[in-house]
Write a protein that binds this ligand. Structure first.
Ligand SMILES: NC(=O)c1ccc[n+]([C@@H]2O[C@H](COP(=O)([O-])OP(=O)(O)OC[C@H]3O[C@@H](n4cnc5c(N)ncnc54)[C@H](OP(=O)(O)O)[C@@H]3O)[C@@H](O)[C@H]2O)c1
Length: 225
């Protein structure tokens, strides 16, 4: 399958690597593809020029990545998501599954980050992406898990859950199939895109678990009576 990943950080590189290993035709999209952008140091990831050399992967503009993908992944910052999708071009998103991995976290005051007010309350980033691009088939998924765990759920021991939310049942089925190909067994469908309010709001506890334990290899599990 042709997949366009928007964003070039650790999440984009990790998802791209796994999807390429599974045989998908993947490109990473950046807002600018200059030698400086490709050489830029990245937190919890390598410069993209090194990633390209090691993986054989391609880095193109946001618009080219969105045009390439039959399925798109938003792996941009929360703040950059809507501007980045606008730069990719609404027409390129039309009818496509858009997996929204982003979290609307504000790091401007250091750690811990907090949820951006414009995407909290009776809304969420995923809902605002769906409203801004009404013909895209947005599925919120993978945002409550470290990048390494997204593509290798076995890094966390015992049963644990992947939450998904979106308005389009066929899009959620396609995202679930991709998740199963990564090894996910427990996929919890939270209903329509409003379910993203819940998964985005899990981030403060996710970050707290990370900083108190010193490890990002954790996830949540819904136990039922
Ligand atoms: N890291 C994790 O394990 C993890 C887990 C779950 C969810 N998430 C979420 O997944 C997303 C990506 O995480 P990450 O760790 O890969 O982040 P990252 O390293 O900070 O990379 C973010 C990407 O967003 C791009 N970006 C920022 N502002 C933009 C704008 N205005 N227009 C276009 N692109 C813009 C950056 O572009 P440039 O390269 O041009 O600077 C960069 O490529 C975030 O929303 C994060 O909250 C992360």
């Amino acid at each position: 399958m042709k997949i366009g990943i928007l964003g070039g950080g650790g999440v984009a590189q990790t998802l791209a690597g796994k999807l390429m290993a599974l045989g998908h035709d993947v490109v990473i999209g950046l807002r600018a593809v200059t030698p400086e952008d490709l050489a830029k140091p990245r937190q919890m990831a390598v410069p993209l020029q090194d990633w390209m050399k090691a993986s054989g992967g391609k880095v193109v503009t946001l618009a080219a990545a969105a045009a390439h993908g039959e399925v798109l992944i938003n792996a941009m910052t929360g703040q950059g998501s809507i501007p980045g999708l606008q730069a990719a071009g609404a027409a390129q998103l039309d009818g496509k599954v858009l997996i929204d991995v982003a979290n609307p976290l504000d790091f401007s005051q250091g750690m811990p980050p907090f949820l951006m007010a414009e995407y909290a309350g009776p809304t969420s980033l995923a809902e605002q992406i769906q409203a801004a691009f009404p013909t895209a088939r947005v599925v919120k998924a993978f945002n409550t898990i470290a990048a390494a765990v997204m593509v290798d759920p076995g890094l966390v021991k015992g049963p644990h859950d992947l939450f998904i939310a979106g308005n389009d049942a066929a899009a959620k089925a396609q995202v679930s199939a991709i998740a199963r190909s990564f090894g996910w067994e427990h996929i919890v469908d939270l209903g329509d895109i409003v379910g993203a309010r819940g998964t985005e709001a899990l981030l403060p506890i996710w970050v707290r678990l990370w900083t108190t334990s010193g490890s990002a290899m954790h996830n949540m599990h819904v136990a039922r009576g």
